[in-house]
Write a protein that binds this ligand. Sequence first.
Ligand code: ARG
Length: 458
Amino acid sequence: MTTLWGGRFSQRPDPLAARFTHSIGFDQRLWDADITGSIAWARAICRAGLLTEAERDRLIEGLEAVRAEWASGTFVIHPDDEDIHTANERRLGEIIGKDLAGKLHTGRSRNDQVVTDVRLWLRDVSRRLRDALIDLQKAAIERAEAGMDVLMPGYTHLQRAQPVRFALWMMAYFWMWQRDRERLDDLMRRADLCPLGAGALAGNPFSVDRHALAEDLGFPDITQNAMDTVSDRDFILEFLSWAAILGVHLSRLAADLTLWCTAEFGFVTLSDKHSTGSSLMPQKKNPDTLELLRGKAGRLIGDLTALLTVVKGLPLTYNSDLQEDKERLFDAADTLMAALPLAAAVLREMTIHPDRMAAALSDDLLATDLADYLVRKGMPFRESHHVVGRVVRRAEELGIPLSQLPLSELQAISPLFDQDVKDVWDFERSVERRRSAGGTARAAIEVQIAQARKLVEE
Ligand code: ARG
């Protein structure tokens, strides 16, 4: 057995070097895309007059036979198979004869072949990821609708800030995921271009029709510059940065929920299905699923950072360094393909505790509303902010909740306080006052849920 490029060599590769450089261990998952690309290539070089129609048909039959072996799990990888491209070509030769199989690679290079495979693979995977993301958005909408009546403290600086509806918190994640979806659609417009026919770096010498190739493979268009085509990994970098941002969003969801699962908060209980026990402490119910959803962001950021570092400073055009792209890409796609459905299941199956959320609503969350009350009486906000600060201090001195301060105490601080101040001490009313677009009032949230529904039912 020899390599496919052994002509100019007099020594066999060092087994250590071979093991170090071979990518078949991970790029074999491109098998289907590689065969699809080769079949389109056989048709293209036939159109260019390099194969008879009978040869083309025989090549395609042979390639389909190789595909069937992969599909049934009977393809046997040979120790000399460097990567998926050489493995498929070697096997094709065994099935249809080396002479004909040897014509397939005419005018093609593994440099344009590998990016064709990856772009085809990514197209398929990105569709599945998009579906999983949409399902997660649907889970958020379902939970928001079910949690419309539930009030809880909203936080800034992890300090109780203002009362909000649980639905407003839930829908915040919906919109992060909506941006993730838009980013994916946008990057896929650049990823979904046909590189085939760029050759090793300088183009194709047999007048292959690249537009026909693109059409055959279902790409809307072709890449424009042969040198750029074989050295460009922007489409993978964009995908990885998309994955890292989405991973960060999932980690923030997981951070909120792990906190809310604590005995101290008790806002939610995670389904037993998504929790594990401790090997030592019998009482423990650990939110492992959430912790790993949070932790996976580190890995996704790592995938992006790794490939950026590989590509940085690489001279044009193809360099073997670029072979490092695939494991990072596969890792990010696999990680999200596992994380997205799990995040949706966690949301759908967790129990929320409105009583615990209500118990966390303290009068001080209405301090802004008290300042706004004075604004409605004509006081400039900066002044009312200061006045309410004094009210808060007075309540602290007396050791009572804000709402229990007698009117006389309030009026001693500002004469604008009146009987109607008692209306301020109502969380529902506070929430309903925030009815401008994007706010936490029921009607405003219903508007965003209606918009959201349209976006997931497109
Ligand atoms: N296994 C290679 C990769 O993943 C395929 C391209 C190899 N091209 C080359 N000229 N050695 O990038």
